[in-house]
Design a protein around this ligand. Structure first.
Ligand SMILES: CSCC[C@H](NC=O)C(=O)N[C@@H](CO)C(=O)O
Length: 718
């Protein structure tokens, strides 16, 4: 076995640096159709990208434009127009529907203080710059993809956005206003209203990644008068977001999340009670457009402004579920289900919709079809409304960035191809069987040294789920290419988090670097993952720590039987619920795994329920129903403890924890660290300040990767 795994830290960091250069596509907008002086028609395509900058220790955002000549049915010529430009300080931006203007919400530090501005650009002039901070009509503008939006009215005279509700300045009962403050107030012509005794009042927030987001309000800028107003009429017990202008700009449609009796984390949790609402601009009346007993998100108005499509799922239960695609008819006020929940994958392969956000534009030009990108097993595909028309795609993952007048912009990537392949193509007419003629705008660099495949597994009869029998699952296997015969590779097993999420055949930075170092990586989509039908999802709650763990072990042992891997050099790594599975694996199969890495792992469900932003998750995954008024019950706690991985362990563990994680508080990892120390098991703990659940800040991610790689090489004795 003369195969050498890369172990030198200098070489590993060089490789990481090289592969981390590939940017990812975050957005694409198609501009209006322009007719050139020679009669040819073209549109500009604006794209935004994100790239890690290891030197500056930040993710940089940049844009690049392309020009696409077409005849409304096919692309005639396309190419980039100009080079990339870095984007700084822009929180939100949006071109007006005609393409004549652009709105930007910008953050700028002035004299050491954060200020927010709303800018209007026309041609090459910034025609307005409104200091939103000085106006004091509201708090900070929401730039997140849960609530945030920046939307032009159809008339292009108003802009709609979401911001934190204004809070009165809180003062102590014992503090008198300083002379300087008073003078400043008098100079500005407005003395700020203050309130006493409210300084330390607790404000609930919406949890992980949405801390400091508590009470959003809908705001409208009247561009002509530079006047900002906060919309009235939204009920007080509702947090509004994902808003857009109703047909003819008569009012605003939005998703409202109930925040009573208290807020629960929203990130990765589209199962929160919410509804579609309409607030009328003249009377301020608010109307509920969808049932109040489900969870809805991502409403999109059709180009003919007659219908709204949105996603719907059940409240509570598994956090990610198979969604229903619903349609609300603006004029008949009737709602229909366009695509229902799919329990088992159908004959044609369609397994249901698993998404909590549709693309910003997803309608065909005739307002008859919808395009959705979502996982179907280990692949991510884009499907039009008629299911038989699933666009046949090569392996890998397709993401729809936008569709405008039937011109689709997609990004494609696979485990050996970074996601810079931007393609455009026209959606064939409804009913036609024509294939899409894709044109590549930005090519990508395939990694010839990485081989990958999708493996399918049928659990053995004794591990079948009696309530949901006959469920299969699959896994992605990445291997270094062209390994000599007889060479046995070290194997890193990776269960995903969630548990109701999935690893699709996408570009995965850390897996590709580990693969180039000489490891094989097995990423297992155990039963309970999304993309395989609702039954698969429903089969896991109550069985966490057993079904997921056994599926992963079954996949690993099946792969090892193939003889291509070194049974003495198997390690496991996972984050969050994936960390829970990893820690269970080393507890349940003590001699099998030689090293373990866990990022923000769930260690003890019983102790986590009181500190996570999603206590319902602990109840549901332990097999119980959740209600907001449920009080601690010793029998439930006993079950939660029994299902947790804090057991006898011999395997060395590397823990990577985010100080600001609201989802799986780092105390979970500390609990495990202490147990391992007491057992005298080698453990190393990395503590990342300023990081939350994902540990995705550039320095935490790159430092975490290096430590993981070196932990593996050390404990697999490479
Ligand atoms: C109470 S923590 C639940 C686990 C967590 N689920 C949702 O946030 C999790 O596993 N997260 C995954 C992403 O889905 C992760 O990899 O962080």
């Amino acid at each position: 076995n003369d195969f050498i795994v890369m172990t030198n830290p200098e070489d590993i960091s060089k490789l990481y640096r090289e592969l981390s250069l590939f940017p990812s596509l975050t957005r694409a907008d198609v501009g209006p159709v322009i007719t050139s002086q020679y009669g040819g028609k073209y549109s500009n395509i604006y794209t935004e990208w994100s790239q890690r900058d290891l030197e500056r220790n930040e993710n940089v955002k940049f844009c690049r434009q392309y020009i696409v000549f077409h005849d409304d049915k096919s692309v005639v010529y396309s190419g980039p127009s100009g080079n990339c430009t870095e984007i700084k300080g822009e929180l939100l931006s949006k071109d007006s529907p005609s393409g004549d203007m652009k709105a930007v919400v910008r953050e700028s530090i002035i004299k050491g203080e954060d200020k927010q501005f709303l800018e209007i650009w026309s041609k090459n002039i910034k025609v307005k710059s409104i200091n939103l901070t000085a106006l004091k009509k509201h708090g900070k503008v929401y730039e997140d993809d849960q609530f945030g939006c920046l939307v032009w009215s159809h008339s292009e005279t108003h802009l709609l956005y979401v911001a934190e509700r204004k809070r009165l300045k809180a003062e102590s009962f014992f503090q008198s206003c300083s002379l300087a403050d008073e003078e400043e107030g008098v100079k500005m012509g407005k003395e700020e209203e203050t309130t006493k005794g409210e300084q330390f009042v607790f404000y609930e927030d919406w949890g992980e990644t949405l801390v400091s987001k508590s009470s959003p309000v809908l705001c409208v800028l009247d561009i002509e008068g530079s006047n900002v107003s906060v919309l009235e009429g939204v009920p007080d017990n509702i947090s509004p977001g994902q808003a857009f202008w109703a047909p003819s700009d008569t009012g605003v449609v939005f998703v409202g999340w109930w925040h009573e009796p208290f807020r629960l984390g929203l990130k990765y949790s589209p199962n929160r009670r919410s509804s579609l609402f309409y607030v009328d601009l003249t009377g301020g009346q608010c109307e509920q457009l969808s049932s109040g007993s489900s969870a809805v998100c991502s409403p999109k108005l059709s180009p003919d402004q007659c219908r709204i499509i949105y996603l719907e799922c059940a409240v509570y239960g598994p956090h990610q579920q198979c969604s229903r695609l619903c349609m609300y008819d603006w004029y008949t006020k009737r709602t229909s289900v366009v695509v229902d929940v799919v329990k088992r994958p159908r004959e044609d392969g369609f397994a249901g919709i698993y998404s909590s956000s549709l693309s910003p534009l997803c309608w065909s030009a005739d307002s008859q079809r919808i395009l959705v990108s979502c996982p179907q097993g280990s692949r991510k595909v884009t499907t039009p409304r008629h299911l038989s028309e699933i666009i046949k795609s090569p392996g890998g993952s397709w993401s729809l960035l936008t569709i405008e007048r039937n011109l689709m912009v997609v990004s494609w990537s696979s485990p050996n191809c970074p996601p810079s392949l931007v393609m455009v193509g026209f959606l064939p007419l409804g009913g036609s069987r024509e294939e899409v003629d894709w044109v590549v705008l930005e090519d990508s660099q395939t990694q010839p040294d990485i081989d990958w495949q999708i493996l399918n597994f049928t659990p053995p009869p004794e591990q079948d789920n009696s309530q949901y029998p006959g469920l299969d699952f699959d896994a992605l296997l990445l291997k270094p290419k062209d390994v000599k015969e007889g060479v046995k590779l070290p194997l890193i097993v990776t269960p995903h988090g969630g548990p109701h999420s999935v690893i699709v055949a996408d570009w995965l930075l850390s897996s590709s670097v580990l693969c180039r170092m000489g490891f094989a990586i097995l990423l297992v989509n155990y039963r309970g993952s999304i993309g395989y039908g609702q039954d698969s999802i429903s089969s896991l709650p109550g069985n966490v720590g057993t079904q997921d763990v056994k599926d992963v072990q079954f996949a690993v042992e099946s792969v090892l039987r193939g003889g291509a891997f070194d049974e003495q050099k198997v390690a496991v790594a996972g984050g969050s619920h994936g960390g829970f599975v990893a820690c269970h694996l080393i507890g349940q199969y003590p001699e099998f795994y030689k090293a373990c890495v866990a990022r923000n792992p769930v260690i003890n469900l019983a102790s986590m329920i009181g500190s996570t932003d999603i206590p319902d998750w602990c109840m549901v995954e332990a097999g119980y129903n959740y209600s907001t008024d449920c009080l601690p019950d010793p029998a439930v706690w006993e079950q939660m403890l029994n299902k947790s991985p804090i057991k006898h362990v011999k395997t060395p563990v590397l823990l990577t924890l985010g100080e600001d994680d609201k989802r799986v508080p780092p105390k979970q990892g500390i609990e495990y660290y202490r147990a391992l120390k007491a057992l005298q098991v080698p453990v190393r703990l990395l503590w990342y300040p300023g990081n939350n659940h994902s540990l995705s800040k550039v320095d935490a991610e790159s430092d975490g990767f290096m430590n993981i790689a070196l932990w593996m090489t050390q404990h697999l004795s490479l």
